[in-house]
Design a protein around this ligand. Sequence first.
Ligand SMILES: Nc1ncnc2c1ncn2[C@@H]1O[C@H](COP(=O)(O)OP(=O)(O)OP(=O)(O)O)[C@@H](O)[C@H]1O
Ligand SMILES: [Mg+2]
Length: 267
Amino acid sequence: MEAKVEVSDHQAVLRADGLSKSFGGLKAVQDVSFSVHAGEILAVIGPNGAGKTTLLNLLSGVYRPSTGRLHLLGRDMTRATMEERCHAGLGRAFQIVRPFGEMTVHENVTVGALFGKPGMRLPQARELAQSLLESTGLAAHADRPAHELTLLQDKRLEVARALATQPRLLLLDEVMAGLRPAEAQEAVALIRSVRRSGVSVLFIEHIMPVVRDLADRVVVMDQGQVMAEGTYREVTTNPLVVAAYLGTEPELGSGQPQSEQTGQVRA
Ligand SMILES: Nc1ncnc2c1ncn2[C@@H]1O[C@H](COP(=O)(O)OP(=O)(O)OP(=O)(O)O)[C@@H](O)[C@H]1O
Ligand SMILES: [Mg+2]
């Protein structure tokens, strides 16, 4: 069994060991360890304020951890800048979408492509942007200013911009928030197609049917710590998780944990 563990360790796209981050006296993330394997879709769930976004900020380099180490594709990136992490293969879509509103949709994605990889030339970046607009269903809107997009189109643009940096691992923070169920299904299909293109995905999500449909594995956070980890079935039948987050049988619920503030996108 030892050998099997080693193999999966070699395949880790990302490995976090004992990451912590405090804000004053508040331990927002406390001794968090987990891996994302090649080709895997990993969900991070947990109540509001559990530390999920802070964890993503530690992974993408917005914050430096007060303790712990982070490896990307086997390289120690604990102290690397956001740009270095991006160049090493980490792409990120934010919880609050902020496209450049006056620029066209195509220009927004081109900017992502230009900054994602050192040495990327403008024609090449434009071409990559065009192909990403096609795969994210935005090609018909390429020449419109980004501020004209609907919420669903905004989310698609955010994913396209992150993919334009050509990541090996895509980090998504509540990209489904505020979407209608049919739109969320489209977003699920988009994330599946991202994985098929060889990109691993780590996503934060409150909508449990989306977690069930997408995630190979689920990490549950509560009060800054990892409370449980396993398949969707394993974590949603874990009494600790039910008590801290789900409240009721998840299969029977509306798909929104009781702690969720429906439709609100928060900082
Ligand atoms: N920049 C900051 N300064 C001070 N406290 C912060 C900061 N960012 C987050 N926190 C606090 O850290 C804790 C974790 O917040 P975080 O945003 O990571 O939670 P979350 O799991 O993403 O929640 P949500 O599901 O509501 O998005 C919360 O108590 C929050 O108030
Ligand atoms: Mg959050």
